[in-house]
Ligand binder design. Structure first.
Ligand code: ANZ
Length: 798
């Protein structure tokens, strides 16, 4: 027997699979389709560490099994190469991003190739390819045409380190998601997409999805739907009104003050005595970020607008008006009616500023008066509404004061422009007053090559300095005009919001995706990636998909039917893998020393797929040993038949069933452990039947595609194992051959014995009456009746 030499085997089969094109995907196949997808990587300069391919290996296992089961499988790969990560890397290493990206892509591809994935590389996409981003720009033009893209001048999140505006989704705990710098608010011109128009659909359609509950929950919270009332408070002695948004109009009789956000327009409109004090407070508040302002544990601050009174139209009472930074300008109406008895934030504030606290909801259960009672209950001290339940009173009080019932969302429109070089140019021109969309026939608007691509920090992108590109002459002769190109670029998330569609038809230059091909591939059946995308990529892609549905480009309401999140692989020291900690394990080294099959098998065997697990070199070596044992097992295979024992046959069929089910639901670790148990049993057989060993190899093939191919071919098979048929369990063989029979005497269990399934009544009785325990319990008694339940029970009545 030859020695197991992974180097020889893996390289050989990878070349063979590529040259025979066994993974080529056919769009006109009559087979049922299966589309399994990974979140595509952005090729940063560091290359892959062993954590990155974990998800890719898992989908590769699924893809290979599905192909063997007779599906036409689409399992593509590409690169998400625009955006800050690639650009920051380029700036750091002083290389043009375009050059850096193509180098990094080549490096990533090499790293992926040696792991032995079944990608059809002829479908590779790259979001920075003008042939690709032509369609990203096309989608933008369609959004613009439908009024879903607009320019805005509102203050937005600004990262002073990345020197660009950011979307809310790019801000985590008040910090830039990319670099961790505290985000500032900066007013500037920007492009915004009206994702809020889709808020309701994005919310309700979550129910259709087979996604982890935790991810659905974060999307629900991100969208943040609230129903409530808009109520007006007149300002005494003025024509002004303060409109508030409240989810609790039933507490209106308990309002003891009104609060405006520091940025609320009325703060500068109203006249009051302490202008200077208020101005100072407002300036301070603007410096704080949203997290600091809304932190429930933080001390609440505010300033009264001296002399200003708001009138509660429910009962005519006059209440003071404050500015306080716990009220946010961009939610609801930017103003609240404060009910300290029933809202904790208001309660804290009222205590601090010694404002009255008036109870208007009688709790069902007794509560502590040292805190607000926030639940629903029975109204008290509320005029003619006293005695009503909260739910009923909400609408009635709203109606009584002439308010309106509305729905509000936490979700904000998507800030879609970046003041950076490395992104898709917007296909629009400015004529000084208006927006002039570039004609679709002129797409793509290519990103010009530049010398200086560093961000300017002025709020202008580096593109603004390239006059030759910026100024566009349109019209002829007297009518000729110089228009200016938009110089902002699209954000990192643009290209990834629709890429899964392009794999269906990657070379089409007439359409984003051909209608028939889209209908065939339909939605992504299984999508695997990091949970950190829950409220970014996964929300943006759903939004674009729904828009593309509305304009007839796609035929499904949702892009990703089933989603699975992947747990991180931590360093051997239990910390996150990072250069900083020096705990990075490079897959190239593992592949070279132990083999791609070992890496694949180990990463799938490590533990439950969605959990974070530390790398263990010993564990990995264990996987290598298993492969070596499989290699030696092949020596036992008899070319001419070979017997299989009954028990082994049962185990084999059980394993087929279990492995199939486990792979289907991405429990790859238990699939592997079942294969290990089976191989232990096969090792004990004196000779191994060829067909049994082949079945075993097929089950192992998705995990260890190279070694299984080698052994499969050495058994004389001509075609690749990866296009062979997936084994199907023989259910009749799964049923255990032996059963345990219980013996009852007068209804009490007195003995049991093992017999073969289907034993005759006569024999069962014979065995039962020969058992010492049964003899003892019957003693001298007369047997009156014997009941036999086939394969289960003998009941004796004495
Ligand atoms: C009066 C009231 C009484 C409230 C009460 C709550 C309890 P959700 O559920 O998150 O939508 N609110 C409204 N706009 C706000 C803003 N811009 N900044 C901070 N808080 C704001 O919360 C809605 C509630 O949050 C509203 O209902 C309002 O306080 C407050 F016993 O109005 B409530």
């Amino acid at each position: 027997m030859k020695k197991y030499d992974h180097k020889k085997i893996e390289n050989k089969w990878q070349r063979e699979w590529a040259s025979k094109k066994i993974y080529k995907v056919d769009d006109s196949s009559k087979k049922p389709k299966f589309y399994v997808l990974d979140m595509f990587p952005y090729p940063s300069g560091e290359g892959l560490h062993v954590g990155h391919p974990k998800g890719y290996i898992a989908t590769d296992v699924i893809s290979r099994m599905k192909r063997m089961q007779g599906y036409n499988v689409l399992h593509p790969m590409g690169f998400d190469a625009f955006g800050l990560p690639a650009e920051n890397y380029a700036i750091k290493t002083k290389t043009n991003p375009a050059i850096a990206v193509s180098k990094n892509v080549a490096r990533y591809k090499k790293q992926l190739e040696i792991i032995g994935f079944d990608y059809d590389w002829s479908r590779e996409i790259n979001t920075t390819d003008p042939k690709y981003y032509k369609w990203t720009q096309w989608i933008f033009l369609k959004l613009l045409e439908r009024g879903l893209a607009y320019e805005s001048f509102e203050p937005i999140n600004w990262c002073p380190s990345c020197k660009t505006g950011l979307a809310n989704e790019d801000v985590e705990d008040g910090k830039c998601e990319r670099c961790g710098t505290i985000v500032e608010k900066k007013p500037m011109r920007q492009w915004v997409l009206k994702i809020t128009d889709y808020a309701d659909r994005l919310l309700t359609d979550l129910d259709k999805l087979d996604w982890p509950e935790s991810i659905k929950e974060s999307q629900k919270n991100w969208i943040g739907r609230s129903e409530g009332a808009l109520l007006d408070f007149k300002i005494k002695g003025s024509s002004e009104n303060v409109q508030v948004f409240t989810t609790r109009p039933d507490t209106l009789f308990g309002v003891t003050y009104v609060v405006l956000a520091p940025e609320h327009e009325l703060v500068s409109k109203l006249s009051f005595a302490n202008k200077a004090e208020v101005k100072k407070y407002v300036e301070e508040a603007k410096k704080k970020n949203e997290i600091e302002r809304t932190d429930a544990k933080k001390d609440k601050t505010g300033v009264e607008l001296k002399g200003v009174k708001a009138i509660n139209s429910a009962n005519g009472t006059e209440v003071p008006v404050f500015v306080a930074d716990y009220v946010l300008v961009n939610y609801g109406t930017g103003a609240v009616m404060a009910v300290p008895a029933h809202d904790t934030r208001d309660f804290d504030f009222a205590q601090k500023y010694e404002l009255p606290i008036k109870t208007v909801i009688e709790p069902f259960s007794k509560t502590n008066i040292t805190s607000a009672f926030e639940g629903d209950g029975i109204l008290i001290d509320s005029g003619k509404f006293s005695g009503l339940k909260s739910e009923e009173a909400k609408r009635k009080i709203t109606e009584f004061v002439g308010g309106s019932w509305v729905v509000r969302y936490k979700l904000k429109d998507w800030v879609f422009s970046r003041q950076r070089y490395w992104g898709e140019p917007f296909p629009v021109l400015h004529d000084g007053k208006n927006i002039v969309p570039v004609d679709i026939s002129e797409l793509p608007v290519e990103l010009p090559k530049v010398k200086s691509y560093e961000p300017t920090g002025t709020g202008e992108s580096p593109l603004a300095a390239i006059e030759k590109w910026v100024n566009v002459k349109v019209g002829k002769g007297k009518d000729a005009k110089i228009l200016k190109r938009e110089t902002n670029t699209m954000p990192q998330w643009a290209g990834s919001s629709w890429y899964y569609l392009r794999y269906m038809d990657p070379k089409n230059n007439k359409a984003l995706v051909d209608i028939e091909k889209e209908k065939y591939w339909n939605e992504v059946d299984f999508y695997v990636g990091g949970a950190e995308h829950a409220t970014r990529h996964l929300i943006y892609a759903r939004f674009w998909h729904k828009f593309l549905y509305d304009i007839g480009v796609v035929s499904t309401l949702e892009p990703f039917k089933k989603l699975q999140s992947v747990g991180l692989i931590m360093g051997e020291d239990g910390r996150k893998m990072s250069k900083r900690f020096g705990n990075i394990v490079n897959p190239d080294d593992i592949v070279s020393t132990y083999g791609a099959d070992t890496l694949r098998l180990y990463e799938m065997f490590m533990g439950p797929f969605d959990q974070a697990i530390a790398w263990s070199t010993n564990g990995m070596i264990g996987s290598r040993r298993f492969i070596e044992r499989v290699w030696r097992l092949s020596e036992k295979v008899s070319k001419n038949g070979g017997q299989i024992s009954g028990d082994t046959e049962i185990l084999l069929n059980k394993t087929i069933k279990k492995v199939t089910e486990d792979i289907t639901s991405i429990r790859h670790n238990t699939a592997v452990s079942n294969l290990m148990i089976l191989s232990n049993t096969l090792e004990k057989e004196p000779v191994l039947s060829k067909s049994v060993f082949e079945t075993f190899l097929k089950l192992l093939a998705p995990f260890a595609p190279h070694v299984t191919e080698e052994l499969w071919k050495s058994l004389g098979n001509k075609k690749s194992i990866h296009v062979s048929d997936w084994p199907v369990a023989d259910e009749s063989k799964i049923v255990d051959k032996s059963v345990t029979i219980i013996v009852q005497i007068n209804g009490k269990m007195r003995a049991s014995f093992v017999s073969s399934r289907g034993e005759t009544r006569e024999n069962l009785e014979k065995i039962a009456f020969s058992l010492p325990d049964v003899k003892k319990w019957i003693g001298d008694n007369v047997v009156r009746k014997i009941i036999v339940v086939q394969d289960r029970l003998i009941s004796i009545v004495i």
